[in-house]
Every structure is written in C-alpha cells, then in structure tokens.
Design a protein around this ligand. Sequence first.
Ligand code: GN1
Ligand code: MG
Length: 404
Amino acid sequence: MGGCPVGGAAFIYCWGLVNFLCLPIFGRLMNQSTSTDIRIHNLIAAFNIDADIASVTAFGSGHINDTYRIKNSDPNGIDYLLQRVNHHVFKDVPILMQNLLYVTEHLKQKLSEIPGSDLEKEVITIVETRDGKPYFRDDDGNYWRVFHFLKDTRSYDQVTTGQQAYEGGKAFGRFQALLADMEPGLIKDTIPDFHNIESRLAKFEKAVEADKVGRLHKILPEIEFVRQRADEMGEILRLGRTGELPLRIVHNDTKFNNVLLDRYDHAQCVIDLDTVMPGYVAYDFGDSIRTIANTASEDEENVKLIGINISLFESYTKGYLKEAVLFLTEPELNSLLKGVLLLPYAQTVRFLTDYLEGDHYYKIHNPDHNLQRTRAQLTLVKKLEENRDRLSHIINHTWRLYKP
Ligand code: GN1
Ligand code: MG
C-alpha cells in the first residue's frame, strides 16, 4: 500500500473514492479514474505541494466549508488540509484570504518574540499556489485553499475535562491578546454584521413574514421565545455604540472544536480564522461557553439532556481571564455574561431563520435538523438564564484572582 506522487495513478484513485465512500482505498487502475479524479488531481497540482500522496479523505465537522485531509506517504513528511471555501457564505474569498494572511503573519510575528514558541505548530500555515496565490479558483468558480495539517493534535466537539476547558480558554484569550495591537483597518468584514443581533433579528422577521416554505405554523412557540428577548439581547451593540465597549479584532467562531489541543491536551493552535473580524470580546467568550458548558451537543434532540456544567464554565473562565487580564477593560469584563446569553440566542435566531428559509445556509443531516438545533440552543439559553447569578459570581471571583 504505497503512497502516490501527485500526478500518479494511485493518488488519482484515492480521490475518486473519497467522493463515493469518504474512505481512502488503494489499487484502482489508472484507466478507471473518473473525471472528478482528474479534476481534483489538477487542483492539488496547482498548489506548492511536493509530496507523495497516500490518500485524500473527508475531514472534520464544519457546517459551511468542505474539508479534506491529504495524507503524505512519508510519515515524517507534511500532511495537508484541502478546503473548498463556501463562496455563497463568504462572498469575497480574495479578501477573506488576504485577512488570513495578515492575521497569521501578525500571530507569527508576535509569537516569534516569545521564547519557546513554535510558529509552525501554534499558527496555521497557508500553502500558496504555484503562481503565488493563497487560493485557487477552479473552472466551476469554486475557491480552494490548502493549509499544513497539524499532526498529533485533536479537537473536540464536546469538552469532557476541566483541563480541556481551561486550555481552550487560554488559547482564545491568548489569541485575542496577540491580536490586540493589530491595526484594525487591515481586516475587512468577511460576513458583514455577522454577530449583529439587530440585523439577524430583522432578517428573521422577514423570513417569518415570507414563510417561504410553509413552516411557520410549526414554530410559533420558538418565535415567541425569540421576540420576548429581542430587546435585552441588543445590549452589547448599544454599549458598543456609546463607545463603552471597544471594537477589537476577535475570532467570532470560538466553538470549542476550533482550538487544537496537543496529545497532552495542552492548547496548541486556534483554527478556522475565516470570521476573524472586528467585534466584541464578549462574542468570543459567549460562543465558547455555548459549546463548552453545554452538557449535550449543539443539536441535541432530547432537550432534557441539556444543562450547564458549572465546573467546566469555571475552568474555561480561569484559562480565558488568565490571558485576557493583559488587555481587558472593566466594561468588557462586565459584558462577558451578556455574551454568554447572546451567542446561543443568536444561534437560535440563525438556525430558525435558516429553517424558515428552507435550509440553504447550514449543512443539514435530516429534514428538521435546523429546528432540532433551534430547540437545543433555545433550551441552552433558558438554562443559562437560570444560572445567571452563579456564572456572574464565577467571572467576578476569577477576575479578582488575577487582578486583586
Ligand atoms: C458555522 O462551519 P462551522 O461549524 O465552523 C458558523 C458559525 C456557527 C456554527 C454553528 C461562517 O461554523 O457561525 O456558530 O456553524 N459559521 C459561519 O455550529 O456561519
Ligand atoms: Mg467556522
């Protein structure tokens, strides 16, 4: 079961099965390769990848882009991640990739000043095309990009230990700290108004009004839930407008599976940088807690399983504030809990809007998947509301440990 050079028959073969089975299998004859095989082969050949390729397999659990792992036949060689960027979601991919170059360069520069840092392991590395571009556009108008694959790392959709939560907090706090002195004007919006709850709600109300696919009658209690909280959830935006909360470059998609931990569960690298844009720190804190403190998965069907793991909340908060204490202002500290409520609420609104519009944004795995996700996130908001005082106490208590 040897590896196959880019351009070799075995490589072409591997890819064909990715499309059918999502599994690499070896040995098909060259003359049986499909047109998809050849297309993908040409695609990888467009990048600066000089390796014998053993396999290409579907990878990860993202809802937006399509990701594949390219395995090197040399176990000591570099493996790669190939991604098709969803250009219906990210409408200006060249700008997006320019952002990524600026952000990764800034991170590498800052880390190079910290003794003991390993730039290759701690920041994603973008592989250019043979003509020096950070992405490749195929004949169908799809955008592709390649990163170095970070071996011996893991990401978790759900957290199981306090150490994982603590390390995740440290990783995202550090990420914000490293970007705190970056020139904000360099980074352009890749999705305008991404976490702007007012525009999310306006879009939601339009979808309710249109009821395009006739699902409105199924979701009346969920609509009521969203409307009851609409005003309260605008607080972060209002504090931003008065200047009380500074706009910073933040990650904006801090699901726990967007931090890679090493084999000892120590934080190694923050990934999925497509939504790194100006925003508020509370957005990042809230989105992490949405996935970390939830006792069930993001789309749990049995809502009785959804609860808050206070101990994991505390561990994440400790890790985050340990790093964020370097730059966080008092009003930002006070905004964190608002972010904790806002992000699952915003996610409720987004899933429900997609459900009303006929599921064109998120990948779904069953016909009512977006409704199931809505109900899970809505339950999470309720649980967080019930625990508001405890969570607030933990944030303030932890802060005083670092800033007596
Ligand atoms: C999407 O693709 P993924 O899983 O990284 C979404 C996030 C949501 C998340 C919900 C660009 O992220 O905002 O929080 O799904 N990304 C975009 O799981 O919309
Ligand atoms: Mg993402």
